[in-house]
Design a protein around this ligand. Structure first.
Ligand code: COA
Ligand code: AMP
Length: 632
């Protein structure tokens, strides 16, 4: 089938298209109602179907004769550990851990937070929850206790699964201490915690609350798979919005399984038995979809990697992994390859490895900048696929579709929309933009299976954030255009979300933290271009009259505050003290103009501006500090 025929069918006959794709999933009860609406009027897929995602990812393969195939390679250069698990072995471990959770009272619908480093047990914990019909919420290990506490209060988990420590480059992350602090900060308290003791740190268990993973499993019996409705939630994954409170993206079981299985062949050209690696973290959507669920649903082998692209031990790490595990499809964020390129621009490390197993290289998480695209294309010699997606969609909205009909790539473009994503570029009034003109990137409803079904506990926020701006469309929050040949170009966020080293962060949240400092009268945080990390946050701050500290002290204190509240991954370091900020007469800070100045872009001064003289001042302060230099 050609791409055009496949795509048109998915848009013109969505129910027929997805009913056919649903036949690839082992259901307990096959769905007869393919598309319907829930009580909030949201489109829902496979409403009367029943399945279990863990069954489809593990047991089904064991029963179909794939039990001896490797399901998961574990590779941790930071702890010098490597091993593999077959589908049968992974199924046994998951069933036993699910049994242990069931013994402690976890049942279908309970929320369980997973706060773990990149250990195979994180995958086991997620699948064990899915096996019981419990809803996991994985929190990225790089988040500080405050962020974990916010998620504990929102998801109100019955249990938290964590580990004694994580290992970053030459530093031990004390997960247990962070867990304790988060639980003491949170209003909601979990009934119990399970702790994986790693050899590097033996953490003291909190009496009556904490249980040792190994001891629990030693006493457990394997748990069977609990049938759930296709529309029951599989997981909640928090992502940054425009305010300080993260949004709990809810994904259901049926649509997720169907869409991810479909994507493995259509987008990634992966067949059962082949090896796929996503160099991400289980705390991000890429990790959920393409480290854990999709490769296993498709009967592939996944690689769980506790390491970095560089310095663990060197910038040949990715090439070594591709050679060692005969990886066919490799996926990471552009920033990871920019880090490799910085250390090894001529690809000397690559010459040491045989990467002939590699057929396609996939990049997402941020725009693949053309210099990195060309560098990779020349160096690696296989198709370099930039594909665009979001935590909310769970799989790619636009991509070169390597399993259907590969096209020639255009630098800076995520190629063409994937099945079911009717991508439209709208102007501020909801009208269609002409080809090649930038506007707000929206998706005409219905969205395909696998996309978010609501914001956890807040259906109003779901509507307001995504559905109410343009009736009949989902608002992606990205700006971009579609060219005359139908290629999609995503140019960046139109809201207060920034992307730092492939990590999605909210400038609104940073502003709330900074505004809490006693020396700060007002502030705005914007993302500025950075050659390595894509963007970095920079604060523009007006000091309070009478504040006795100097600007250096303030800068250091604000950096420490953001690091303590959000975590080191926020990479907030730079603060510029200004006398005034550009605002409208109604007092709204003109952040989009600040962003344009930082990016060296032209901007239109709105007629509603209160104090136009503030603009040249800001321009000169930014120029003095070489802000956004990379983008000029
Ligand atoms: N747990 C705890 N801390 C973490 C962490 C984790 N899982 N991940 C990152 N951090 C810390 C880092 O140690 C660093 O701390 P420091 O300020 O004390 O040095 C800080 O957060 C910033 O990390 P990062 O922005 O990742 O910078 P880096 O210099 O350590 O690494 C890259 C740079 C490009 C190698 C790294 O960002 C990378 O591999 N990025 C890929 C991103 C990715 O996989 N994104 C997922 C979407 S696909
Ligand atoms: P996240 O939810 O963390 O996956 O971040 C999603 C956001 O990252 C999107 O809304 C985009 O702004 C950006 N993004 C992800 N992939 C791409 C891409 N291939 N091209 C451009 N932007 C991207």
């Amino acid at each position: 089938m050609t791409y055009q025929a496949e795509y048109e069918k998915s848009i013109n006959q969505p129910e027929l298209f997805w009913a056919e794709k649903a036949a690839d999933i082992p259901w307990y009860k096959k769905p007869s109602q393919i598309l319907g609406k829930d009580e909030f009027g949201t489109d829902r897929w496979f409403m009367d179907g029943e399945l279990n995602t863990c069954y489809a990812a593990l047991d089904y393969h064991v029963e179909s004769g794939r039990g001896e195939q490797i399901a998961l390679y574990y590779d941790s250069p930071v702890t010098d550990t490597k091993y593999s698990l077959t589908y049968s072995e992974l199924q046994s471990k998951v069933a036993l851990f699910a049994g242990a959770l069931a013994d402690k009272g976890i049942v279908k619908g309970d929320r369980v937070i997973v706060y773990m480093p990149m250990v195979a047990e994180a995958v086991i914990a997620m699948l064990a929850c899915a096996r019981l019909g419990a809803v996991h919420s994985v929190v990225f290990g790089g988040f500080a206790p405050h962020e974990l506490a916010v998620r504990i209060d929102d998801a109100t988990p019955k249990a938290i699964i964590s580990a004694s420590c994580g290992i970053e480059i030459q530093k031990v992350i004390p997960y247990k201490e962070m867990l304790d602090e988060a639980i003491s900060l949170a209003a909601h308290k979990p009934e119990f915690c399970v702790l994986l003791q790693r050899p590097q740190v033996q953490a003291a268990l909190t009496e009556g609350r904490d249980f040792d993973w190994a001891a629990l499993v030693a006493d457990a019996k394997p748990a069977p798979c609990t049938p759930v409705a296709a529309t029951d939630p599989l997981y909640i994954l928090y992502t940054s919005g425009t305010t300080g409170k993260p949004k709990g993206v809810v994904r259901d079981n049926g649509g997720h399984a169907v869409a991810l299985k479909y994507s493995m062949k259509a987008i990634y050209d992966m067949n059962p038995g082949e090896v796929f690696m996503a160099a991400s973290d289980v705390g991000w959507v890429v990790g959920h979809s393409y480290i854990v669920y999709a490769p296993l649903l498709a009967g592939c082998t996944t690689v769980v990697y506790e390491g970095k692209p560089v310095r663990t031990p060197d910038c040949g790490a990715f090439w070594r992994l591709i050679e060692e595990y005969k990886i066919k499809g490799f996926f990471t964020a552009p920033t990871a390859f920019r880090a490799v390129k910085k250390e090894d621009p001529d690809g000397e490390e690559l010459k040491k490895y045989d990467i002939s197993s590699l057929k396609n290289l996939f990049l997402a998480g941020e725009r693949l900048d053309p210099p990195t695209f060309y560098w990779l294309q020349e160096l690696v010699g296989v198709p370099v696929v930039d594909h665009w997606w979001q935590t909310e969609t769970g799989w790619a909205i636009a991509s070169n579709q390597m399993g259907i009909e590969p096209r020639s790539a255009k630098a800076g473009s995520a190629t063409v929309p994937t099945a079911g994503f009717n991508v439209q570029i709208l102007d501020s009034k909801g009208g269609q933009m002409p080809a090649s003109e930038q506007g707000s990137v929206c998706i005409q409803l219905p969205m395909p299976p696998g996309c978010l079904t609501t914001v956890y506990g807040d259906p109003e926020r779901f509507k307001n954030s995504y559905m109410n701006t343009f009736k009949g469309y989902y608002l992606t929050g990205d700006g971009g255009y579609i060219d005359e040949e139908g290629y999609v170009f995503i140019m960046g966020r139109t809201d207060d979300v920034i992307n730092v080293a492939g990590h999605r962060l909210s400038t609104g949240e940073m502003e709330e933290i900074i505004a809490g400092h006693p020396g700060v009268a007002e502030c705005a945080v914007i993302g500025v271009n950075d050659e390595l990390k894509g963007q970095l946050p920079v604060g523009l701050v007006i000091m309070k009259d009478g504040y006795s500290g100097d600007s250096e002290t303030l800068e250091a204190e604000l950096a420490a505050r953001v690091r303590k509240e959000i975590g080191a991954i926020a990479c907030y370091k730079q603060t510029l003290v200004v006398d005034r900020l550009p605002k409208t007469r109604s007092g709204k800070i003109l952040r989009n103009i600040l962003r344009s100045i930082a990016d060296g872009k032209d901007y239109v001064v709105p007629s509603t501006i209160d104090d136009p003289a503030s603009l040249p001042e800001i321009e000169s302060i930014m120029a003095d500090n070489k802000i956004g230099f990379a983008g000029r």
